[in-house]
Design a protein around this ligand. Structure first.
Ligand code: ADP
Length: 591
């Protein structure tokens, strides 16, 4: 199977992947930002590498003295002292250089991670939903890990190895260009197989990464929806999908392993050919008196010294290739275009209006066909209709989560998608069942929508949702660390925290999707009071999947097949004797 088979279909739904040129440019920026630290580290490695050259040179001299029979004990003593000094210098310089490299790579990695978190949290919600959490999850875990390894251990090793190889080759050539000729064997042997490997490995690794993302996605979805999977008897199908994903990952790994297996033997030959060559060729040259024995010996030792750093470089080449694909996936997250561009316009009032709104999840398949709604500030509008009619979609658009395909939804005359996200959240909020408690103090959790809120405001928000009592009884009050690893909040408390956040955000309009609403049916009764407190004084669009909640609303909108069929108060709609009246009667009779 080709590494890219099937990936075009996949790519449409997944997050973008940055081009190689973008990755190179970004690495360039990172290097430039840290160029001073990098220069210092390089200088120390250079000192270490030059000090390391003394060993082979000294041994060469000793061999030369011994073979020519001119060795005096004092000469050898001096050479040995020189050798000792060089080893000490090398060790010291290496220590300083390595330490510098590690500090530098931690800084670079921290920077990269911050950038990534920054672009991940800026992702439009609709993009994350479309791509599925698996892809984002794989990028935050597998890809960040791959990069972290290369930056933490790879970059320092590359710096050391490249300087050592460069300095050693120069030294060998300086000692005797003729005896150093076998060094050319390495590039000669490596060139073609390595070029082929690098050409195929990039796409191969991208494929491998994509399969991990799919595997993560299937696993996460299955675990998250375990109850549904069980209830609908989907175990076998989910199992098969999982097996498929595992199989594809296996194929991808096999493919890239195959590539490596064909490449490695050539690497080995490239390692050892110059050593054997230098030995034979150096022996031949010195035998014929073309090159002194001391020089030939030094060159052989230099060539042999290349073995370790070259081996490390080659080993890393693979890791780097792998990390480069990870990097393109991580940078790709930053390439998602924003789904809104704030124009800076400020709403004139709290009046929310939808005009001729159409929306499609997939091009060519509109699920809303020209919906218009004029919300009266402070009213409570219930949206009812059969399942799949488009109620939740309408709710998301009215809350500004997505923009309409055509038509507009404005607040105080400004389209919702023209508002800064922060401003939007102060206008209208979608109340869903997601009520995350983040690791941090309770106060931090509450301040999310309003970072500048003072202690008094936090307390009155908690009081408004009837949560001040328990909050003050926490071990350290509002400064208690909650969330995973901290003080565990109960489900009901977590929901109250979410409601208190709403109070702080203080939007004038709330969209309440009953299907995904905050209120867990098992939750305590007083939560309903907390919710009622939040709703008072605000415009509420309640997506009512059950009819009795519609009865209490000021107006009811009946949505069917992506259109508003009827709109009016409960009494008006009953009097009009249309769809709503029929639904109401059948519901009442059943009840
Ligand atoms: P309701 O809330 O009235 O049950 P929805 O707004 O959830 O209806 O759905 C309206 C239509 O849009 C349905 O046909 C549904 O299948 C489709 N739909 C909803 N969500 C998505 C989605 N994320 N991707 C594609 N189609 C969707």
């Amino acid at each position: 199977m080709s590494p890219l088979a099937g990936s075009t279909d996949h790519a449409r739904r997944t997050l973008p992947i940055a081009a190689g040129s973008v990755v190179r440019a970004h690495v360039g920026v990172l290097l430039r930002e840290h160029r001073r630290a990098l220069a210092v580290v390089l200088a120390w490695h250079l000192v270490a590498a030059v000090a390391g050259l003394a060993g082979p040179w000294v041994i060469g001299q000793v061999v030369g003295l011994v073979t020519t029979g001119r060795a005096a004990v004092t000469d050898v003593d001096v050479l040995v002292v020189l050798l000792g000094a060089a080893v000490l210098a090398e060790t010291g310089a290496t220590w300083v250089a390595r330490r510098g490299s590690f500090v530098l790579s931690e800084q670079v990695f921290a920077r990269l991670r911050e950038d990534f978190v920054g672009s991940a949290v800026r992702l439009p919600l609709s993009t994350v939903e479309r791509a599925g959490t698996g892809d984002l999850l794989a990028r935050t875990t597998n890809d960040v890990d791959a990069i972290s390894y290369v930056i933490r251990f790879g970059v320092p090793t590359v710096v050391v190895s490249v300087t050592t190889v460069g300095v050693t080759v120069v030294a060998a050539v300086l000692v005797s260009p003729l005896a150093a000729l076998p060094l050319l064997l390495t590039p000669l042997v490596w060139f073609l197989p390595t070029r082929r490997y690098l050409r195929l490995a990039g796409p191969g690794y991208l494929w491998e990464h994509a399969t991990y993302a799919r595997l993560n996605g299937v696993a996460a979805e299955t675990v998250e929806g375990a109850a549904t999977v069980d209830a609908l008897g989907l175990r076998a199908t989910r199992g098969e999908r999982f097996a498929d994903a595992v199989r594809e990952s296996h194929d991808a790994e096999r493919y890239t392993t195959g590539l490596r297996l064909r490449w490695f033997p050539w690497l080995e030959v490239g390692f050892f050919a110059p050593i054997a060559g230098a030995l034979l060729w150096g022996g031949y040259l010195s035998w014929h008196g073309v090159v002194p024995v001391a020089s030939a010996t030094a060159v052989v030792l230099y060539v042999q010294r290349l073995l370790d750093p070259l081996g490390e470089l080659v080993g890393l080449l693979d890791e780097i290739q792998f990390a480069a694909t990870s990097m393109s996936r991580i940078l790709g997250v930053g390439e998602v275009p924003p789904d809104r561009v704030a124009t800076g316009a400020e709403p004139a009032d709290d009046h929310l209006v939808a005009e001729g709104v159409r929306y499609a999840y997939r091009p060519g398949h509109d699920v809303l066909h020209g919906v218009s709604l004029d919300l009266r500030p402070g009213e409570r509008l219930a949206v009812v209709g059969p399942s799949g009619a488009g109620k939740s979609t309408l709710g998301r658009l009215v809350a500004g989560v997505d923009g309409p395909r055509t038509g507009r939804i404005t607040v105080g005359g400004v389209p919702l998608v023209d508002l800064e996200l922060d401003t939007l959240r102060g206008q209208v909020a979608l109340v869903t069942q997601e009520h995350h408690v983040f690791v941090g103090t309770l106060a931090d959790n509450l301040r999310l929508p309003r970072p500048d809120a003072g202690p008094g405001q936090l307390e009155s928000a908690l009081a408004a949702v009837d949560a001040l009592d328990w909050a003050q009884r926490l071990p350290e009050g509002l400064e208690t660390v909650v969330g995973s690893g901290g003080h565990e909040l109960t489900e009901a408390q977590a929901q109250q925290v979410a409601l208190a956040r709403l109070v702080l955000a203080d939007p004038h309009t709330l969209v309440l999707d009953e299907a995904t609403s905050l209120l867990d049916p098992r939750a305590a009764r007083h939560l309903e009071r907390s919710l009622a407190a939040v709703l008072t004084g605000r415009t509420v669009v309640a997506i009512a999947h059950r009819l009795h909640t519609a009865h209490d609303a000021d107006r009811v909108a009946v949505v069917d097949d992506g259109r508003v069929r009827e709109l009016g108060s409960h009494d008006e709609l009953i009097a009009a004797d249309g769809d709503y009246a029929a639904l109401w009667r059948s519901w009442r009779d059943e009840g």
